[in-house]
Design a protein around this ligand. Sequence first.
Ligand SMILES: CC(C)(COP(=O)(O)OP(=O)(O)OC[C@H]1O[C@@H](n2cnc3c(N)ncnc32)[C@H](O)[C@@H]1OP(=O)(O)O)[C@@H](O)C(=O)NCCC(=O)NCCS
Length: 168
Amino acid sequence: MLSNIRLYDARPDDAADLLRVHRAAIRSTAAGFYSPEIIAAWAPLPIPPEHVDALALRLDNGIEEAVVARAKGAGVVGFGSFVPGRRELRAVYVHPDYGRRGIGAAMLAALERRARKYGLRELVMDASLNAEAFYHRHGFVTENTGEHVLPGGLRMACIRMRKPLAAS
Ligand SMILES: CC(C)(COP(=O)(O)OP(=O)(O)OC[C@H]1O[C@@H](n2cnc3c(N)ncnc32)[C@H](O)[C@@H]1OP(=O)(O)O)[C@@H](O)C(=O)NCCC(=O)NCCS
């Protein structure tokens, strides 16, 4: 990973920056895999304030835990999160200007370390089609294909994946 990138635990007041990376990553990296309607529903712009508030609340009450990647002079360039109570890896997103430099892999490793501290023995997730190769590369196995229902009711294809976690 780049020497000017550092990983931190995300705080509730990082929520707006996290969602800016979320939008940029989806609208660039995932755009070739889904229809414009799906991309717009998955990554709506402008970012609704209630999305920021909801993420901040989930981070604040610990329902969702996130790591954030910051680049010197550029702020937040990536984040990843998981939901301990569901054993669910929720997201890994990297700003397209910082892709393929190992940031996603480093954040995933940090989330897995944290999941092990919770005593979790596996992580499950609904991966987007564009990200399946990334997760395969990092030990996730494909269970089956599925659909994720977006706010508003549109259905996006996804890949159900899981990864056993070795005991720490
Ligand atoms: C998926 C994502 C998080 C990967 O982040 P990243 O920082 O670019 O990934 P890394 O640099 O750590 O990649 C590590 C390895 O994973 C694999 N990989 C990553 N992206 C890949 C891609 N698009 N296609 C194939 N393999 C990929 C490669 O083996 C890569 O190693 P290499 O670059 O030496 O070949 C990023 O592309 C992204 O944010 N995508 C859009 C958002 C999204 O859909 N996230 C997943 C939601 S479930």
